[in-house]
Design a protein around this ligand. Structure first.
Ligand code: C5P
Length: 243
């Protein structure tokens, strides 16, 4: 498995197991991880995770947990039992919530003899701009400063890494070190449309900036030939890794 392939996460933003399985079956030779988000999980439930595992794929369960520490901790235990490779929580839930998620993940992985999933924190969503951050959420700080502050808090709380926009990779890498996992959506090859993503980078640029994993959805799942699109993206990432 090439290291570029291992770093590529495809977002399965579809409604049904049938569509998801068809994409996994076609793409798994070129893609390391499949992301199941709230659309697919709320539609099909944990069965979709079992099906992807049965096809040999690894799963990033993107449910962005955010609740009181006990509730998130219990959910973290359940997700760990499903054998996912990675799942995420909102850093805005605070350090006690994140610590509880990590504690229950470790406990469940030990009890079930399952691999320990990576626990990733969501920083500031890429759909939030400066005005929303200040006037609606009430955080009077520039976005990058807030993202780095939250990334440090996630690290101190025992999380393995964060989800962040490509533009914030360098600052997070500097603050949190080389082993900290940075998962980056908002990736667009030069040949694909940007859709509703606002602050994008190419796969090569994102890898060069220090991303650990790239999340790509529509440029692959919406392509006329998803396999060809995935191959091209892996090739671009490979180029970035060699620079
Ligand atoms: O199709 P596209 O490549 O834009 O898909 C990106 C995926 O990453 C979607 O599943 C989206 O929900 C997710 N995501 C994002 N920005 C964030 C967090 C998650 O685009 N800040």
């Amino acid at each position: 498995m090439s290291s570029a392939k291992e770093k590529l996460i495809v977002a399965l933003d579809v409604d049904t197991i049938k569509e998801a399985e068809s994409l996994v079956a076609r793409l798994q030779d070129y893609v390391g991880i499949f992301k199941v988000g709230m659309q697919l999980f709320n539609s099909e439930g944990p069965e979709v995770v079992r099906r992807i595992h049965r096809l040999g794929g690894r799963v990033f369960l993107d449910l962005k947990l955010h609740d009181i520490p006990n509730t998130v901790g219990q959910a973290a235990g359940v997700l760990t039992r499903q054998g996912v490779f990675m799942y995420n929580v909102h850093i805005a839930g605070g350090s006690e919530m994140m610590r509880k998620a990590v504690e229950m993940t470790i406990r469940e992985a030990e009890e079930s003899a399952l691999p320990l999933p990576l626990v990733i924190g969501v920083t500031v969503l890429t759909s939030i701009n400066q005005s929303i951050l200040e006037n609606e959420i009430g955080i009077a700080r520039d976005i990058e400063t807030q993202v780095v502050k939250w990334a440090r808090l996630a690290k101190e709380s025992g999380l393995n890494g964060v989800v962040a926009s490509p533009k914030e990779i360098r600052a997070i890498r500097e603050a949190c070190g080389r082993d900290f996992v940075i998962v980056t959506p908002g990736v667009r090859p030069a040949w694909a449309g940007v859709n509703d993503q606002k602050r994008v980078m190419t796969p090569k640029e994102a890898v060069q900036a220090g991303a650990s994993y790239l999340v790509v959805g529509r440029p692959i799942t919406g392509a006329a030939d998803p396999v060809e699109a995935a191959k091209r993206i892996v090739d671009e990432m490979e180029e970035g890794l060699q620079c």
